[in-house]
Design a binder for this molecule. Structure first.
Ligand SMILES: *Cc1c(COP(=O)(O)O)cnc(C)c1O
Length: 453
């Protein structure tokens, strides 16, 4: 046995394709529906929102999709991202399990989000788009799209959930440094934002609201579009660069995961790591246990309903069949802004229904405690969202210890927490509240689910 802790790939080994899970699924996921007609969307319905290159990826049945050369060139700045074996953490936990993590915090903006931001900006540029509107929670997505927009010469305007806008001012400054504009949401810029603020001036916002604002602006002009940082199939697919790399790196380590763990907000970082492995499983390879980790305060998978629901609060975005807490549910303000989404990827929801993955919900305090244990051993301070994956992986390793099993655990460390020190500070000062699952508010929001046959 060697004591290697870091598996890197040479630049010329960077995978040339993204992986599309659609052709390998035992049955296709239910299709997105039009928000007005409530029937399946055609490509033309999506044209006001997205460039055709991305729309065609959403419905593609090709297994390998070539990564355009200009996108690969930009990826090379930080990709392949390292795969680490957490040997010190294993020793600290005194577990027979082997723990690996793929570290996406090495990207310019500190998370996995640029993997899709760069691709989306590229396809928009190809089709002559001048400006993209988007939403952001904690600001990871907004700063990633701002970075990508600057590279391709596209204006970016971001609607940032107000609670995070106030909690994380540095993310806004980062977006501005890249030339983007960042507004708190709800805002006075859109009709929907004005309406919400007139009803409640202290509305703290949600990802669902910010999406409605961005869509409202995007559809007004032909040369402006909208971009989503998670949830949709093409976004998940761009993230598979990470899993494609991980397959090669696990080969270097002469190992293969028994368990894959990730945190889930809209599902993109877990899917990006998981899908290439899941594809191997679906084509007859080894079965993997998958644990999707979500916050107790916004538990779409573990407490949501599997139903068609709107992707946004203002009901202008497509409906997806997904695990949802209801599109009007505003999750309690936590530091894990990127996980405060009422819904979930329709692909991951489908996998959960098929029994191919399972989900666990964790409270923020136990996640920060796990994250600090991790940081002490590995020297990396995880983003608040990623602390859920750390907690899930540590739990799995402790389970292995109880059962005397030396399983191989692979988790995605989706980003670093260098902009989130307030969250750690609140944790150390014992100011983090216990997670509240607002069952009554969820029930109210679920009562408004659209009536789809
Ligand atoms: C946005 C974000 C998430 C949650 O989004 P997913 O689409 O579920 O991956 C998780 N971790 C980090 C660091 C993020 O920025």
């Amino acid at each position: 046995m060697t004591d290697t802790i870091k598996y890197i790939l040479e630049e010329n080994k960077l995978p040339k394709t993204w992986y599309n899970i659609n052709p390998d699924l035992p049955s296709p996921p239910p299709p997105p529906l039009h928000p007005g007609r409530l029937d399946p969307l055609g490509p033309d319905d999506l044209a006001p929102l997205f460039p055709m290159g991305l729309i065609m990826q959403e419905v593609s049945m090709e297994r390998e999709i070539e990564i355009p050369e200009p996108v690969r060139e930009i990826y090379k700045q930080w990709r392949p991202s390292p795969l680490y074996r957490a040997r010190r953490l294993e020793k600290f936990l005194d577990t027979p399990a082997k723990i690996y993590y793929k570290y996406e915090g090495v990207s310019p903006t500190g998370s996995h989000k640029p993997n899709t931001a760069v691709a989306q900006a590229f396809y928009n540029k190809e089709e002559g788009v001048k400006k993209i509107y988007t939403e952001t929670g904690a600001g990871q997505w907004g700063s990633s799209l701002a970075f990508a927009g600057q590279i391709f010469g596209i204006d970016i305007e971001v609607f940032m959930v107000r609670v995070s806008f106030d909690q994380k001012p540095y993310r806004k400054i980062m977006m501005e440094s890249f030339g983007a504009k960042c507004n708190p949401s709800p805002s006075e810029i859109t009709n929907y934002g004005k309406k919400l603020l007139s009803e409640d001036p202290s509305n703290t916002g949600s990802l669902g609201i910010a999406i409605s604002e961005a869509v409202e602006m995007a559809v007004q002009r032909e040369d402006t579009k909208y971009a989503l940082g998670s949830v949709l199939g093409h976004v998940l697919m761009h993230q598979t660069i990470n899993g494609n790399e991980a397959i090669l790196q696990m080969e270097q380590a002469d190992d293969y995961p028994d368990i894959i763990v990730g945190c889930t907000g809209g599902g993109s970082n877990l899917s990006g790591l998981l899908f290439p492995f899941m594809g191997q499983q679906l084509r007859g390879g080894k079965k993997i246990e998958v644990i999707a980790c979500e916050p107790l305060s916004c538990p779409s998978f573990t407490k949501g309903k599997y139903a068609y629901d709107f992707g946004d609060t203002g009901h202008v975005a497509p409906l997806l069949k997904m695990h949802t807490l209801g599109s009007t549910f505003i999750p309690p303000a936590t530091h894990s802004g990127g996980l405060r989404y009422h819904g979930m990827s329709y692909h991951l929801s489908h996998l959960l229904e098929l029994g191919l993955i399972r989900a666990k919900a964790y409270g923020q305090k136990e996640c920060f405690a796990a994250s600090v244990d991790f940081a002490k051993q590995e020297g990396i301070l995880p983003a608040p969202e990623a602390t859920h994956a750390v907690k899930g992986a540590i739990d799995a390793a402790i389970e292995c210890k109880k059962n005397g099993e030396s399983k191989t655990i692979l988790f995605n460390l989706s980003g670093h927490g260098h902009f989130d020190m307030t969250a750690y500070s609140d944790y150390f000062d014992n100011k983090l509240g216990e997670d509240i699952f607002e069952e009554e508010n969820v029930n109210k929001a679920l009562a408004d689910l659209p009536n789809v046959a």
